[in-house]
Design a protein around this ligand. Structure first.
Ligand SMILES: [Zn+2]
Length: 186
């Protein structure tokens, strides 16, 4: 799997004409990025700081054969809080995608906050993100916002690699009866 790309201010650039802000494979509408960061910052700030999750909605454009995820809107997720982390319900995400499709929008990313930690996804974050992508059958970027160092961490790998991984995880089933017969264990 590819490395995490942590993006700081020096790596981002704004397309002023289109009002799009490019962050790796994502292109945020200016207003949309401001709206998401406003909410992410507010939920991360003490007292009562908490993890908040968002589904990024928009459209996917192929530019020179590579997908560009245009972020046009967002929906906040209700999470289940455990002492260690917040997890988001996959069926909620699917329902949000269904609702968004009525407005010709699709999922173009997932973002959540790390109020105290770094902008680095945990192993749990990475695994849930892989499950989400295998369920929807395509790749979407994962973003983490950290108030600690005011950074956005991003993780993105091509669908081909995710699909290869899923294929490699196919089980080989062996009959116990046949193993017993072959080795005369009965
Ligand atoms: Zn996390």
């Amino acid at each position: 799997l590819s490395d995490v790309i942590v993006i700081d201010d020096s790596e981002e650039y704004a397309d002023v004409e289109k009002e799009l802000i490019f962050l790796g494979p994502l292109a945020f509408e200016k207003k949309c990025l401001k709206r998401i960061l406003r909410a992410a910052k507010a939920y991360s700030r003490p007292p009562s700081e908490k993890e908040a999750g968002f589904i990024l909605l928009g459209s996917i454009r192929q530019i020179d054969g590579t997908p560009v995820f245009i972020v046009e809107d967002q929906v906040q997720l209700c999470g289940m809080v455990t002492p260690l982390q917040v997890s988001f319900d996959l069926s909620d995400i699917k329902k949000i995608i269904e609702e968004a499709e009525k407005d010709h929008l699709t999922i173009v990313g997932v973002l959540h906050t790390h109020p105290r930690g770094d902008a680095e996804p945990s192993l749990h974050d990475k695994i849930s993100w892989l499950i989400l992508q295998s369920e929807i059958g395509r790749a979407v970027p994962l973003l983490i916002y950290s108030l600690n160092n005011d950074k956005i961490g991003m993780l993105y790998i091509e669908w081909q690699l995710i699909d290869q991984l899923i294929q490699r995880l196919k089980t080989r089933k062996m009959s116990i009866e046949r193993i017993f017969q072959k080795h005369d264990l009965r």
